[in-house]
Design a protein around this ligand. Structure first.
Ligand code: ADP
Ligand code: MG
Length: 319
């Protein structure tokens, strides 16, 4: 009963406590709490399952977003977690609590947005739950993918000397959120925040490359997210902040949430080959931002033009 003596100081402590509490329910071969998805082996394929919530006034402001975009985003952010395992999403479940004033046009527009993403990525809505709500909108989506175990990219598979990559520009969503909080709802970055682009095809493609080792999506900012890779792979990292692709401040780029770009490591001998193949296939860049080094307490060493700096950066956490 070790968990009884522990106190959760934050979101990730709480998740650790849950993980330890439920160790006695673990089943062999199942990857449970700790990655972007749980992985359940089934015959010769695996099933990847993930769930995420969107809560009014925590994840979105009703007046700042259209119901269509919110419906689209609710599914997109869930597909991101499946793609981040290197696996293609096929199904979703949608549960939603709706206050009175949203039970007509709002609800239909929301579903149209959800449907457009379902069509775009070939993801079938297979069920869910609908309830009333007194006040706020609450949305929960489950995304389910299937594929080959050998394509699954886990957070625990980073190796010393791997090069660290991100799949796109960071910090746009954080800037967009600032705009939204300043009631500028339709700036280019606000639109990205409200309806992010999700790297589903890219994640599935990277899943098929054995030179790619660990992978996850960036939902809380790399300052926080990469720590999950470092901790579960028991390694450390050097990150060159001058190599981070961003058009905003470096702090927003590494600490801002909801970028939904992929963060992954590649065997150092094959990093440049994968980078140019990726460019050939997708006509866009992946960016090398650092390297995995031997464990020094799973730390990040931040470098600015090769000079070590000691910023107090941490990513987003709910508590
Ligand atoms: P992500 O940002 O990729 O959605 P999270 O940080 O939300 O991941 O969660 C990290 C891990 O903890 C995931 O494996 C998730 O399934 C698990 N997790 C989070 N909250 C809970 C919970 N309340 N009960 C069980 N597992 C949880
Ligand atoms: Mg994730």
């Amino acid at each position: 009963m070790k968990y009884k003596q522990k106190i959760a100081h934050g979101e990730f402590d709480f998740i650790d406590i849950i993980k330890n509490m439920f160790v006695d329910t673990n089943i062999n071969n199942i990857i449970g709490i700790g990655d972007d998805c749980a992985i359940i082996p089934s015959d010769d394929e695996i099933i990847a399952i993930s769930t995420d919530m969107l809560i009014e006034d925590v994840h979105f402001i009703r007046e700042a977003t259209s119901p269509y975009d919110l419906g689209a985003k609710s599914l997109l952010v869930n597909l991101s977690d499946v793609a981040a395992m290197g696996i293609k999403p096929y199904f979703s479940l949608l549960s939603i609590s709706i206050p009175k004033e949203c039970r007509e046009i709002w609800m239909i527009e929301f579903m149209k947005g959800y449907h457009s993403v379902s069509k775009e990525f070939g993801v079938m809505l297979i069920g869910g739950d609908t309830t009333g709500s007194i006040d706020k909108i609450a949305i929960n989506v489950v995304a389910i993918g299937k594929g080959d175990m050998k394509n699954v990219k886990k957070r625990e598979d980073a190796k010393v000397n791997d090069r660290i990559f991100v799949s796109g520009v960071l910090g746009q969503s954080a800037d967009g959120l600032k705009d939204i909080l300043n009631k500028k709802y339709n700036t280019p970055n606000a639109l990205i925040h409200k309806k992010p682009t999700i790297a589903v095809k890219e994640g599935v493609w990277l899943g098929k490359r054995e030179e790619v080792h660990a992978m996850m999506d960036i939902s809380d900012g790399i300052a926080s997210d990469i720590k999950h890779i470092l901790k579960s792979s028991n390694v450390s990292a050097k990150i060159n902040i001058d190599k981070i692709p961003t058009e905003t401040t470096i702090e927003d780029a590494v600490c801002g949430g909801e970028d939904y770009k992929l963060l992954f490591t590649i065997d150092h001998q094959h990093a440049q080959k994968i980078k140019s193949k990726f460019k050939e296939v997708f006509n866009c860049e992946i960016y090398e931002i650092g390297e995995i080094i031997e464990s020094q307490n799973n730390n990040i060493i931040w470098l600015d033009n090769n000079v070590e700096i000691n910023p107090k950066w941490s990513g987003f956490r709910h508590f």
